[in-house]
Design a protein around this ligand. Structure first.
Ligand code: SF4
Ligand code: SF4
Length: 190
């Protein structure tokens, strides 16, 4: 009989403990999000899926060469002024979010976005093609880009070298006695 009442007492205590925690959280701000309707705002330096702004990219190939896992595919055709980019793709299956590509892009076209959810059913769809099929090709040469109205990086003016200050005769040099004025230690024979 005593055990029976002890069990009832224990149950009531555990329910009260649970209710105390529940009531405490009723007045707290919720920490959960109604995903996917609500999405988390990521920190400024968060490394999400790599994104390339094709209007800025000039296909210099630097990012592809630096990528440690070779997941950037760039294809071009033609040479010099006629050189055109025909493909720019990133294989997100391989990307390790190291940011080497974004930190070294000279046009600032490739960036780490804040996208963090690209769930797919087929891994092949994680090879992301950035070229717009409607655009066809993108000019790589600077002059051709200007001619065709594509974005080009502004040329930075080199800082002019500072003029050298005129060389003045140092007063120390003036005060120096000429070689012939120097008193000689040699004692000549008179
Ligand atoms: S480094 Fe920048 S400009 Fe060069 S190919 Fe890569 S994304 Fe394009
Ligand atoms: S973040 Fe790193 S691994 Fe991913 S594409 Fe850029 S260089 Fe390659």
């Amino acid at each position: 009989m005593a055990q029976y009442f002890a069990d009832i007492f224990e149950t009531v205590i555990s329910v009260l403990k649970g209710m105390r925690i529940t009531i405490k959280h009723i007045y707290k701000k919720p920490v959960t999000l109604q995903y996917p309707d609500e999405r988390q705002v990521m920190p400024e330096r968060y490394r999400g899926f790599v994104h390339n702004d094709m209007t800025k990219c000039d296909s210099c190939n630097l990012c592809a060469k630096l990528c440690p896992v070779d997941c950037i595919y760039i294809e071009t055709e033609g040479k010099a002024k006629e050189r055109m980019m025909t493909r720019y793709a990133i294989d997100y299956n391989k990307c390790i979010w190291c940011s080497l590509c974004t930190e070294n892009c000279h046009t600032g076209s490739i960036t780490m976005s804040h996208d963090y959810d690209h769930s797919v059913y087929d891994r092949k769809t994680l090879v992301y093609e950035f070229m717009d099929p409607a655009e066809g090709v993108i000019p790589c040469h600077r002059a051709t880009r200007v001619e065709m109205g594509w974005w080009v990086e502004e040329k930075k003016e080199k800082p002019k070298p500072k003029p050298k200050p005129p060389v003045e005769d140092s007063p120390a040099a003036e005060d120096k006695p000429a070689a012939e004025d120097k008193p000689s230690d040699d004692k000549g024979v008179e």
